[in-house]
Write a protein that binds this ligand. Structure first.
Ligand code: FEO
Ligand code: CA
Ligand code: CA
Ligand code: CA
Length: 582
């Protein structure tokens, strides 16, 4: 290669022939390590991995279904440790210390545990006791884990014993804030306190150093044996079924029984974006209701020129919508007044015109059609999907991750929609089994209500026989500040490929394959150190839990001699120590 002629992406891609089978593949210019497999202990106090886990053990071990995550760097001063963003906010001097290179080898990783099927977690299809249900529940949620490079005998990243490490799962106390907090629709006749988070898919993080975890397919954990139960309008819009997705929690935990009169409204407590403080384990997770209740894929935070926070979130369902929340004021000013920027502001949903223009439609009681339908903002937020239906949002092909590129365009993965029978401008294929990526520019500022959009990539266009850069089903997205777009996939890839991580040049559209996962897995979650020389991604549901497909990551066999595949985090570095993606 001519070093004077380097483009944005210069690595040798993973060849199609090297991107299948039971083991990961990586560009020859890169290397990977594996950390934080499902079931490993959180230190101190966590018990060693064994399978299947007891409920008590699983509550102190890493969960399953590794998905969205973020790395919060730590810096050191006089033996004390501080979180990066916390320091930038409160002490510019320490913020400068970080700018001079701290925090690239030590930090707190917040890691979502989206789901694990009963066969994978429990070794049986249906729970047989409350103990089984609790083990399944404790495998879901979030891990907060302090990790450090070179802490052991070698130079590997490893979890460390830490007062910050903790599990948040389906039975962890949580608080509500924002307009729907305290609303009757979030109270049960039982009077039970709000507990837990579930199906934590993608994520976000705030400029004040907190983590946002998003509740996606929460409906699937509720069910009932009561033949008289029928879903009300709201339950129907959010997809509640008597069978759920087969977890069977309702068989032994009445909190998840849709027909139990004591737990009426319990399901309304899920479908929210949840804020977690990585640096203060005494802080209770907070469900921020102003951001709406949908099957939130993620929560991408961007700060506009005025200092308002703008939060983008896709609702991942066929024909569902893309949302944006704008804080009422500059985030520092709000926090100085003791307000959360995520509690006060305006929620919008996107309407994409076929002519390339778009509009953000306000979801509030200011809108006459919504004031006519809902008694108050709390009821509206609990039924965000219904409010968006009423104002005429544009049904999309399963909105997944959103990221803001170096070109200030907003990119959203539309993963697929085999059910689409009528194409339109923003969803140009019918059916659309392999997905596409749409992008838009905010034409009246990030807080404004108008945009122009175009299609960045259509997966099908990469499927020709002579294309090396084939991919399908884009899901995870992350844009770096140099103009790269990292694309992760979740679905059946063409040409025998496993799911994968590709890097795109947002100007030229060039695509190269950086990493491939293992049979049956999805590649998801993406986080970087501040210097972007370490990249973390996740292998989710390797082999779909089946040891005949893969034994990834080939760690110790269970007592019965079967090596169960385990979700894990992959640490990617360049062999020459350079910026990831270059
Ligand atoms: Fe959990 Fe939409 O992916
Ligand atoms: Ca997933
Ligand atoms: Ca996803
Ligand atoms: Ca997906």
């Amino acid at each position: 290669r001519n070093p004077r002629n380097r483009g944005l992406i210069n690595f040798t891609p993973v060849a199609i022939a090297d991107g299948s089978g039971p083991n990961p593949g990586i560009s020859p210019d890169y290397q990977y390590d594996i950390i934080l497999p499902w079931g490993d202990p959180l230190e101190p106090g966590g018990p060693a991995y064994s399978w299947p886990p007891t409920a008590a053990d699983q509550a102190l071990q890493l969960g399953i279904g590794h998905d969205g995550m973020w790395f919060f760097p730590m810096i050191h001063e006089h033996g004390r440790r501080f979180g990066w963003d916390e320091d930038r906010e409160n002490n510019p001097w320490r913020g400068r210390a970080l700018a001079f290179g701290q925090g690239n080898d030590h930090g707190v990783l917040c890691l979502n545990h989206e789901f694990g099927g009963n066969d994978h977690v429990l070794g049986k299809p249906v729970p047989e006791s409350l103990e089984d249900v609790r083990a399944s529940q404790h495998a879901h949620g979030v891990s907060v884990v302090e990790i450090r490079k070179g802490h052991g005998r070698d130079n590997r990243w490893q979890p460390v014993r830490s007062r910050l490490s903790r599990r948040i799962h389906v039975n962890t106390p949580v608080n509500f804030s924002g307009p729907a907090a305290g609303h009757p629709l979030l109270q049960t006749p039982n009077g039970n306190i709000p507990l837990g988070t579930v199906n934590n898919c993608a994520n976000g993080y705030t400029p004040w150093g907190t983590y946002l975890t998003c509740e996606e397919n929460f409906n699937g954990y509720f069910g009932t044996e009561d033949p008289a139960w029928t879903p009300n309008e709201s339950q129907q819009r959010y997809g509640f079924l008597n069978t759920g997705f087969g977890y069977g929690w309702h068989l032994f935990d009445k909190r998840f029984d849709l027909a139990d009169p004591d737990y009426r409204n319990e399901e309304n407590r899920f479908g929210w974006i949840v804020e977690i403080d990585p640096f203060d384990p005494t802080r209770t997770p907070v469900k921020r209701t102003a951001l709406g209740r949908t099957k939130h894929e993620g929560a991408t935070v961007h700060v506009d020129d005025y200092g308002r926070v703008v939060v983008y979130s896709g609702d991942d369902q066929t024909f569902d919508y893309i949302y944006k929340f704008v804080s009422a004021d500059n985030w520092r000013a709000m926090r100085a007044r003791g307000e959360s920027p995520l509690d006060h502001g305006t929620l919008y949903v996107a309407r994409f015109g076929d002519d390339g223009n778009g509009e953000w439609l306000e979801l509030s009681m200011n809108i006459p059609a919504l004031a006519a339908r809902f008694a108050d903002m709390g009821e509206l937020l609990v039924n965000t999907r219904i409010a968006a239906d009423i104002v005429g949002a544009t049904p999309m092909d399963r909105p997944e991750w959103v990221t803001v590129g170096a070109d200030d365009k907003v990119y959203c993965a539309l993963t697929n929609n085999s059910r689409r029978s009528v194409a339109d401008g923003p969803n140009p294929l019918a059916p659309n089994p392999d997905g596409h990526i749409i992008r838009w520019s905010e034409t009246s500022g990030f807080a404004g209500t108008t945009f122009v959009w175009d299609i960045f990539l259509i997966a099908e266009d990469t499927h020709a026989d002579d294309r090396e850069d084939t991919f399908s089903d884009p899901d995870g997205l992350w844009a770096d500040p140099d103009g790269r777009l990292f694309i992760e996939t979740d679905g059946g890839q063409k040409k025998g490929l496993n799911n994968q991580l590709l890097v795109a040049d947002i100007n030229s559209g060039e695509l190269r394959r950086l990493f491939t996962g293992v049979s049956g897995c999805e590649v998801t979650g993406i986080a970087v150190t501040p210097d972007r020389r370490t990249l973390f991604v996740n292998i989710q549901h390797p082999g779909d839990g089946d040891p005949n497909q893969t034994n990834f990551p080939l760690l110790n066999a269970a007592p019965d001699g079967v090596t169960i595949p385990r979700d894990a985090t992959v640490v990617i570095t360049r062999r020459d120590g350079g910026i990831i993606g270059a």
